[in-house]
Design a protein around this ligand. Structure first.
Ligand code: PMP
Length: 431
């Protein structure tokens, strides 16, 4: 059992100066209980905390570390930029063209791309662009999908009817809430109904094509194809939010994996290689509406920041040149099979969802295809499972509704340890 003495001290101090002691809510361990672990150092697949405990990391900074922390090519590139180039200019730099060209080569839907500083900025800007382009106000999102903390996205449907939204957070105005409609994931009819009820007033449908913020839920192919067709017929901008699944489930993201091309794509996480980056891009006709070329305003003091682009470029080049995807698939499937064997031995039958190196073990024996299914998971069991995994040195996301990310840095030995720990933790969850 790791000692978390120093983490506990730091958490107490942090709470005096930072709301809840953290700069992003899930870090506070509210849903699993216990002390958030303050980390001191990351290397490859490992993180070491301030009390000297080392963990095998399956959070990977919430997605960016597909190559693990401090990949040598990423750190070497960063060192070069830091010592030889500079940290910011606020002018155009050549590196911006390089990453834009690379992204448009890799991601099928991109003719043009704009760099921003977070996934939230990317989704907010993409929706503004869709509204500007269509001249329509409303957007459709899906229950359980997360698109950052922009006002328009913090809305879930009132129970029952999937009609007008109510804010999830105080501070989101009724007007904004009313412009966000929630449909059911993997349920095309729920989208069709909203479109028919709001004829010619839907600017965009935004979706995580592999949902990763309500646990992991793969979209069904025919559902995504149906969305594509519906949006084309109705003049609605289809936005794939690939902030998490982009460059993760395949080099070209979910759109490459499914062979379905959205009008706009939002990106983040991996394209920053661990530094703060987001991007949105898509069809030329749409992107040409962005300022200064067009009339839809979007800007950023640090957008296209050289350090952030350096880490992103270095990561993307490794992904492109070394193609770790088959190996990621192999490792993640070994974990999945290992967990399944453990459950068989213990007479348990919990649901595992996985797309490539994004996975989730839900504490329910029912299939999980949408948010309602996901919330059927037993959170008390997840907490016990989580605590036991942590005690055994396996760092998972401190919430049932997050993904477990396997990275290129995980060794077969790490995976073996993880599967053994899972056997113990599954038993702990049942107690
Ligand atoms: N979209 C998706 C699909 C995400 O997973 C996230 C972050 N988890 C965001 C948007 C928001 O990104 P950021 O936290 O960088 O603002």
């Amino acid at each position: 059992m790791p000692q978390l003495t120093r983490s506990a001290e730091l958490f107490e101090k942090a709470k005096q100066f930072i709301p809840g002691g953290v700069n992003s809510p899930v870090r506070a361990f509210k849903s699993v209980g216990g002390t958030p672990v303050f980390m001191e150092k990351g290397q490859g697949a490992y993180m070491t905390d301030v009390d000297g405990n080392t963990y095998i990391d399956y959070v990977g900074s919430w997605g960016p570390f597909i190559l693990g922390s401090m990949h040598p090519k990423v750190t070497a590139a960063l060192e070069h930029t830091l010592t030889k180039i500079g940290t910011s200019f606020g002018t155009p730099i050549e590196m911006e063209i390089e990453i834009a060209e690379l992204l448009t080569n890799i991601v099928p839907s991109l003719d043009m791309v704009r760099m921003v500083n977070s996934g939230t900025e990317a989704t907010m800007s993409a929706v503004r662009l869709a509204r500007g382009y269509t001249g329509r106000d409303k957007i459709i999102k899906f229950e359980g999908c997360y698109h950052g903390h922009g006002d328009s996205f913090l809305i879930k449907a009132g129970s029952g009817a999937l009609t007008l939204g109510t804010p999830d957070s105080p501070g989101v105005t009724k007007g904004t809430a009313n412009d966000t409609l929630n449909a059911k994931y993997n349920d095309l009819e729920s989208v069709r109904t909203l479109v028919n009820e709001n004829k010619d007033n839907i600017a965009a449908v935004i979706i995580e094509p592999v949902a990763g913020n309500t646990g992991v839920i793969p979209a069904k192919r025919e559902f995504l194809q149906g969305l594509r067709d519906l949006c084309t017929e109705e003049g609605i901008v289809l936005i794939f939010d690939e902030v998490m699944c982009g460059f993760r489930v395949a080099l070209g993201g979910a759109q490459e994996l499914y062979g379905i091309t959205p009008d706009l794509t939002t990106m983040g996480k991996i394209i920053g290689g661990g530094l703060p980056v987001g991007a949105f891009g898509g069809k030329r006709e749409l992107m040409e509406r962005i300022a200064p070329l067009g009339d839809v305003y979007q800007a950023g003091t640090l957008s296209g920041n050289p350090l952030a682009l350096t880490a992103g470029l270095a990561t993307l080049k490794v992904l492109r040149d070394e193609n770790p995807y088959p190996e990621l698939e192999r490792k993640a499937s070994v974990i999945e099979e290992g967990f399944k064997d453990n459950m068989n031995k213990l007479g348990l039958n919990y649901t595992q969802n996985r797309v490539g190196s994004m996975a989730c073990l839900f504490f329910t024996d029912k299939p999980v295809e949408n948010h309602d299914d996901a919330v059927g998971s037993d959170l008390g069991k997840y907490s016990k499972y989580y605590q036991s995994m942590l005690d055994q040195g396996i760092y998972l996301a401190p919430s049932q509704f997050e993904a477990m990310f396997t990275s290129a840095a995980h060794s077969d030995e790490d995976i073996e340890k993880t599967i053994k720990a899972n056997y113990v933790a599954l038993q702990a969850a049942e107690k």
